[in-house]
Design a binder for this molecule. Structure first.
Ligand code: NAD
Length: 502
């Protein structure tokens, strides 16, 4: 439909023609679930209004994906050809990375330098990485009764995958999910978060151009309760992959049980960062800052609980506050020197403020920050100063609950055993960081921490070649790396009788 696009001029002057429809069967179409208006979190202005999917639209998208899976079959295309199409998609995204990064920053609020140099590099790298896997997936032959019987296994796609993604890394989360699903021969219906619908719509234009047959990738913006629920409950969806809050993850798990869908969940975290008294404090404080203040603190793996050996607390705090002061420039995400932009929405902004109030009323000490930043955006926009609470106890809400903002708590431990006990005192288990110069201790602690990922003398390393995921209430399954393929393929065993006669 000709009218399903809008001409925009971004705050950095970029002129963009943005499709606004649902992308089904390689076409942009009108939705029946109302519209979504995207808000610029920097100044609270409206950016664009896009189509939202109803349950019926989800059904149309699922039918398209089912048809594409089976006739003519995406799964039966020579795997090398699947990889070539994926490579081409990655190339088109790379060629348009400035526009994609502009849209990402505009509706998400993350610094443009991060969108362009980190997120888009990751998006392109992830699609390329999985394109390379497309023709390297195979089963095994298993000798059983020599001369009479053997078995072999086939690696097969799971089928039609529903993918539900969050707003904190819109394009990267799409790439993490599309890459392995497509490499394994699945087809996809992907629902972006309603807070950040724009960049993926621009990216969707390149799906047909790259050569994906109609229906292989369908992008349906929509609201969680309607479109998201319709996807998780659809009887012709074989798998649901979700990233977002633990509460919604649990709901999706229940919903997906309707036909026992395969599920992958990547949910919340309250990741610990341990600093032992033998650590390089200069490095520990800088990484601690990256660990919680980057991406406005809106990272599921953010190291939001900082546990410091009691003998070095004062020194740590003094240096940590200095790093925050000198590095955490809060402001316009399109400005080159900005480290921290606004929170993604008013709702997230208010959520962080409510935790600041909770910290104060629980009796923790506000070491720095703790107020909305009114010095930027003419008093408009969802900016919050980087916030650190000390004198925090393990029972406090601010120690236990995920805040998802530039907000961390610092507390102390006496020795290694207490550090491990305190680190594991959480319902979550996503990331964790250990700062020490003692090699034995580093590996001992890494082994004992209940988390899907451990960073030794670092924080927030993530690489498309390395598995990513959580334990406990941080999720089920792994994304990225070779492990990410397991989430999108199933193993069929074929038993062959060569000569055993009855
Ligand atoms: P959310 O979990 O509600 O939303 C994530 C995605 O799930 C969105 O696409 C949303 O539309 C969809 N969704 C919502 N309800 C659904 C349902 N019933 N069925 C199917 N899909 C549904 O997260 P939120 O409300 O945007 O953020 C709330 C909190 O979640 C944040 O403060 C943060 O703590 C956490 N969060 C975590 C991550 C992460 O990367 N793990 C990302 C975003 C938010």
């Amino acid at each position: 439909m000709a009218d399903l696009k809008v001409d925009l001029t971004a705050p950095n002057g970029k002129k963009i023609t943005l499709p606004t429809g649902l992308f089904i069967n390689n076409e942009f179409v009108k939705g029946n679930g109302g519209t979504i208006t995207s808000i610029n979190p920097t100044d609270e202005s409206e950016i664009a209004t896009v189509q939202a999917a109803s349950a019926d639209d989800i059904d149309t998208a699922v039918k398209a994906a089912r048809k594409a899976l089976n006739e003519p079959s995406w799964r039966d295309l020579p795997p090398t050809d699947r990889g070539i199409i994926m490579y081409k998609f990655a190339e088109l995204l790379e060629a348009n990375k400035e526009t994609l990064a502009t849209l990402e920053t505009w509706d998400n609020g993350k610094p443009y330098s991060v969108s362009l140099n980190e997120d888009l590099a990751e998006v392109v790298g992830t699609i390329r990485y999985y394109a390379g896997w497309a023709d390297k997936l195979h089963g095994q032959t298993i000798p059983t009764t020599p001369g009479m019987k053997f078995a072999y296994t086939l690696k097969q796609p799971i089928g039609v995958c529903g993918q539900i993604i969050p707003w904190n890394y819109p394009l990267a989360m799409a790439a993490w999910k599309l890459g392995p699903a497509l490499a394994c021969g699945n087809t996809v219906v992907l629902k972006p978060a309603e807070q950040t619908p724009l960049s993926i719509l621009f990216a969707a234009q390149f799906i047909a151009e790259a050569g994906f047959p109609p229906g292989v990738i369908n992008i349906v913006n929509g609201y969680g309760k309607e479109a998201g629920h319709a996807l998780a409950s659809h009887l012709d969806i074989d798998k649901v992959a979700f990233t977002g809050s633990t509460t919604t993850g649990k709901q999706i798990m229940k919903t997906a049980s309707i036909n026992m869908k395969n599920i992958t969940l990547e949910t919340g975290g309250k990741s610990p960062l341990l600093v032992f008294d033998d650590a390089d404090l200069d490095q520990a404080t800088k990484w601690a800052h990256i660990g919680i203040m980057s991406n406005q603190g809106q990272i599921c793996t953010a190291t939001s609980r900082i546990l410091v050996q009691d003998t070095i607390l004062d020194k740590f705090l003094e240096q940590f506050k200095e790093v925050i002061k000198s590095t955490s420039k809060v402001g316009d995400p399109f400005a080159e020197d900005t480290f921290q932009g606004p929170q993604v929405t008013k709702q997230q902004y208010e959520r962080v403020l409510s935790y600041i109030e909770a910290g104060k009323s629980e009796g923790a000490t506000l070491a720095t920050g703790g107020v909305p930043n009114k010095n930027v955006g003419d008093g408009k926009g969802f900016f919050i100063e980087p916030t650190v609470f000390t004198n925090v106890t393990e029972q406090m809400k601010v120690y236990q609950e995920e805040v998802f903002g530039p907000f961390c708590v610092v507390t102390t431990f006496k020795d290694e055993a207490e550090a491990i006990r305190m680190a594991n005192n959480t319902t979550y288990g996503l990331g964790s960081a250990v700062f020490t110069t003692n090699l034995d201790r580093a590996h001992r602690v890494a082994e004992r921490i209940e988390a899907g990922m451990v960073w030794i003398n670092s924080s927030q390393d993530s690489d498309f070649r390395v598995p990513f995921g959580g334990v406990k209430q941080s999720g089920i399954g792994r994304e990225l790396g070779e492990a990410g393929l397991a989430a999108y393929s199933q193993t069929k065993a074929v038993h062959v009788n060569l000569g055993l006669k009855l």
